[in-house]
Design a protein. Sequence first.
Length: 307
Amino acid sequence: MTIQSSVLKIDHLQKKFGKFTALKDISFEVKPGEVFGFIGPNGAGKSTTIRTLLGILKPSGGSATIFGDDVWKNSVTIHDRLAYVPGDVYLWPNMTGGEIIDLFLKLGNESHSAKTDALIKEFNLDPSKKARSYSKGNRQKVALIAALSTNADFFIFDEPTSGLDPLNEEIFQRHVLALKKAGKSVLLSSHILSEVEKMCDRIAIIREGEIIETGSLDEMRQLTRTIITVSTKKEMSDLAQQPGVHNPQSADTGTKITFSADSDQLETIMTYLSGHGITSLQSTPPTLEDLFLRYYDEGSEQNVESV
């Protein structure tokens, strides 16, 4: 088997529905053994991108390959090595959860195994119940158990924890990290930022059918600001004039201030603070949510230009 440098490669992918362009320009790649986060609000184009990758929709422009094969022309071959879980699972109402799991496995040329039983127990699913009695969370469990039971090389999860409680979300996260450790590749589409932050090596942010930022979390955190609360012996009257300091708010006479700081100016800012005699300092590192909101707040365009 030829080793591909990228499991998934998307190059200027476009998708139009009549006059409406759902995907304007999508480019990113997922490498072997990588968990790649794909984030954006509802309607941004995440699910359209994934349906195109699955061979359900034909691209209007650009290209996308999985394992080096074209996603539209070679979808059947690709699916032999791929597992997929959507964000809203529809099941056969008169079949039991166990029967549906076995059917999903059979469709993927897999069979029920000890691993399947362990997953059923771990996710606390009653496989004897008919699907019509399942909650949304239990329907998600059925699809997740079937997918995680397989020996696929590439896993595509589209809002997979929708409807799951925090305990089951954590179980899912552990299994994704185990897939990564085993050298599997994962594309995780999610709007749960904490979930993406815990698991993903790199992320792409999509807005209105375009990728607006791609990179590792560390790289992208350089674009956000750290929140600092500091108390000093001397009053910091000119703190607001220091490079990289934003929105300083004084709690008392000017010797305790909370402000946001550009990551690339932290060294200069710390030198300034040290010169005023630091008595206490609390630093809150930027999160993925900070980055996400930066692009989606109403004033995001202005914020991006001013950074």
